[in-house]
Design a protein around this ligand. Structure first.
Ligand SMILES: [Fe+2]
Length: 436
């Protein structure tokens, strides 16, 4: 981030910047990591998996050889594949002079929960394995946005992978290819060891748009082709917003770069999706967006305001528990908030856009710290949300301390469905008319 300011203002910003552990020195930027294609053309590469409806997993991969069939063999014992599934489709796309390999998507299942499956793509090549998420609590999510592909990204991913988890959530900005299409390939190779073994559920960021006037006016060519998410399974007409249920949590991935006003398809879909939530089956609701609705960092300040104004009331009335955002390359945790005020019935907002991309950290926070902002720090890292049961979850943020991962922030959360404080407020705020 570059800010050109008069010297006096710049120095003031430096003085006010951030609540940071005094013993921690800011890390230097680290170089890009480019991963080359090293497998035979007919073998799967860039393998990643995603949840695709109850009991199903989508396997996505690419081959340079377009004749390779979209088939996946799988089973519970390594090398013994008792099941077989055919692809929904194999596609490739062009972007100016670039033409992608064949992108295959195959849905496999029904699968058993908490079970390791071994699989092979396209009938030959390396074997991969993944573990399905549990069908009930506890479940653990790893969360990191704005990943990119630098040595910091590799460090964040190594920390994510060093401790077990069930599902990875990514609130936008994946590859930072920024129209350089081979970087999408390189990114998928970098994340493959993680994304082929646990489901990666992503939503889009501004770096994923890649629109170009007249030629690619709608953008998302690479993103939609490569990172197919379960939008059809959640009755969405767009890959840019969707939802899924996993082990008692309903997770909604919203599109900060899709239309969101009251007449938009996304707005209507969200309304219908929230109405369908059965809070007995999924007592927790988590939402992911890219541009944060609450942000006291000077980077991207106010950019999520239009979407907040359009959709915040809906999320508040649905008693969404947490809203995760990316975009700002720093960590910030807010209290429960609604309409810019602390509110025991509002979601906790968390910015976790500090995965490690090439743009570096967003160092400057506004002063004074807003009363609703409880912890903020410009460091790379990742978050973990462990949902223990229907009432309690533990959130922690893990800073990349060079090669180590250090837990720097944590909080216990009570689900709004079970919160007596929220219920009390609901009771007192009901007008006499409501009681009739
Ligand atoms: Fe972004």
């Amino acid at each position: 981030m570059k800010i050109i300011l008069p010297n006096s203002i710049f120095i003031t910003f430096l003085i006010i910047a951030t609540r940071v552990s005094p013993e921690y020195t800011r890390p230097n930027p680290r170089p890009l990591l480019l991963r080359q294609h090293v497998r035979p053309d007919s073998h799967a590469e860039q393998v990643h998996i995603s949840l695709a409806g109850k009991g199903y997993m989508r396997i996505s991969w690419i081959t340079s050889d377009e004749r390779v069939k979209a088939v996946v063999e799988y089973g519970k014992t390594s090398g013994e594949y008792e099941a077989y599934a055919k692809g929904e489709r194999s596609i490739s796309y062009s972007y100016f002079l670039y033409r992608s390999g064949a992108i295959h998507h195959v849905k496999i299942g029904p699968l058993e929960p908490s079970t390791v499956y071994y699989y092979r793509c396209g009938g030959s090549g390396p074997e991969f394995s993944f573990r399905t998420p549990p069908s009930a609590f506890p479940i653990e999510f790893a969360v990191a946005g704005d990943l990119g592909q630098t040595e910091w990204t590799a460090s964040t991913l190594a920390h994510v992978g060093a401790k077990d988890y069930d599902v990875f959530l990514l609130p936008g900005d994946l590859s930072y290819a920024d129209t350089q299409q081979p970087l999408w390939d390189s990114f998928a190779r970098l994340v493959e060891p993680y994304a082929s073994s646990r489901p990666w559920m992503v939503t889009q960021g501004n770096h994923d748009v890649e629109s170009f006037p007249i030629i690619y006016p709608h953008g998302f060519k690479a993103y939609n082709a490569r990172w197919l998410m379960p939008h059809q399974e959640s009755r969405s007409t767009s890959n840019l917003y969707y939802s899924f249920d996993v082990a008692g949590a309903h997770i909604i991935m919203l599109g900060s770069y899709a239309e969101y006003n009251v007449n938009s398809d996304q707005y209507k879909w969200l309304q219908a999706d929230l109405e369908r939530v059965n809070r007995s089956e999924t007592p927790w609701i988590f939402v992911l967006i890219h541009a944060p609705w609450y942000n006291s960092n000077l980077a991207h300040m106010g950019e999520g305001e239009g979407m907040r104004k359009a959709m915040e009331e809906m999320l508040y009335n649905a008693r969404v528990d947490i809203v995760f955002a990316g975009h700002v390359h720093a960590y910030e945790r807010f209290t429960r908030v609604y309409d810019n005020k602390a509110d025991p019935c509002g979601p906790v907002h968390i910015t976790i856009g500090d995965g490690g991309n090439r743009e570096g950290l967003a160092m400057l926070f506004a002063s004074p710290t807003p009363s609703v902002s409880l912890y903020r720090e410009p460091s790379f890292g990742h978050g973990r949300l462990r949902v223990h049961n229907s009432t309690h979850a533990h959130w922690s943020w893990h800073r990349n301390n060079d090669s180590d991962s250090l837990q720097a922030d944590e909080i216990w959360l009570e689900s709004l469905k079970s919160s007596l404080t929220c219920k009390e407020i609901e009771k007192t705020s009901k007008s006499p008319k409501d009681e009739l």
